[in-house]
Design a binder for this molecule. Structure first.
Ligand SMILES: [Zn+2]
Length: 282
């Protein structure tokens, strides 16, 4: 049995999943606001609740907003700032009495879609969350690529390529830089840009997304790019963006597919559960 936990800004969700990926139990609790101790306790209680229904001991994977620093072992890059600088992995492991695997929530999304979602069967999957923020994760041969700095796939804070016209002046980002991809491609940016001229705003969004993803294709050359988060439900992206990215990709033909998520909001918990390995035979 596997337990997957998705630690979000407003809720903590958990599932109990069998080895074939069947979801047996799902529970969610509100995230204690700005309280690290209470957050750890809420996760521990959620694991205990799920485990009580499994009849045995389960592996535990947790998706977090942010990453574990390779230097300090502490949480970094989290937009839930009460987590930053905390020894979350150690605290969970001592409270739960077992090893726990933690990963960035975008990595969990990419893993979930790679294992048995829209990226199933593909060798290289780039998963993108276009939500309140913009995150990315890379999965190769069914395993998350974490990278030397634990930031592989963190493309949301790259600068938007070829900014011009409506992209200027460069938008300030909470990370301290200006012109970050996230400031143009997050859900709130699209809403803000929309106003009365929704059609034009979506067209601008598609052009920006195409330029930003072309950079990913040139570098990583993934088989499939899977979109998640609120903006991924705009269906016209899947026809228009691959048409627009051709101009920017350094190749005569572009085989990379752009696909909509298969598991939706469930990808966070499913990917966290798969941190202990995909289903047998996959
Ligand atoms: Zn930024």
């Amino acid at each position: 049995m596997r337990i997957g936990i998705d630690l979000g800004g407003t809720k903590i969700e958990g599932i109990l999943m069998d080895d074939a990926g069947r979801e047996l139990v799902r529970r969610r609790v509100p995230t204690p606001k700005g309280d690290y101790r209470a957050t750890v306790e809420a996760i521990v209680l959620l694991v205990a609740t799920l485990e009580s229904e499994s009849g045995g001991r389960a592996t535990v994977g947790v998706g977090i907003p942010g990453a574990i620093s390779r230097v300090s072992g502490l949480v970094k890059n989290a937009n839930s700032t009460c987590l930053i600088g905390q020894p979350l992995q150690g605290d969970l492991e001592s409270a739960l009495g077992r090893q726990v695997r933690l990963a960035n929530d975008a990595n969990c999304f990419a893993l979930s879609e790679a294992v048995d979602g829209a990226g199933r069967g593909a060798r290289v999957v780039f998963g993108v969350i276009l939500g309140t923020g913009v995150g990315g994760g890379i999965v190769v041969d069914g395993r998350v690529l974490e990278g030397a700095n634990a930031i592989a796939g963190e493309w949301g804070h790259n600068p938007l390529p070829l900014p011009a016209g409506d992209d200027l002046p460069l938008r300030p980002c909470y990370c301290g830089r200006a012109g970050c991809i996230e400031t143009y491609l997050c859900g709130p940016a699209l809403q803000h840009d929309g106003g009365a001229a929704v059609e034009a705003a979506i067209a601008r969004y598609e052009a920006r997304l195409a330029r930003a993803l072309a950079g990913v294709i040139n570098l990583l050359d993934p088989d499939v790019i899977v979109l998640g988060g609120g903006v991924s439900n705009v269906d016209r992206l899947y026809a228009n963006v691959p048409r627009l990215w051709r101009e920017h990709v350094f190749s005569d033909d572009v085989a990379t597919r752009l696909a909509k998520h298969a598991h939706g909001d469930s990808s966070g918990v499913r990917g966290a559960a798969w941190l202990w390995g995909g289903p047998p035979g996959l």
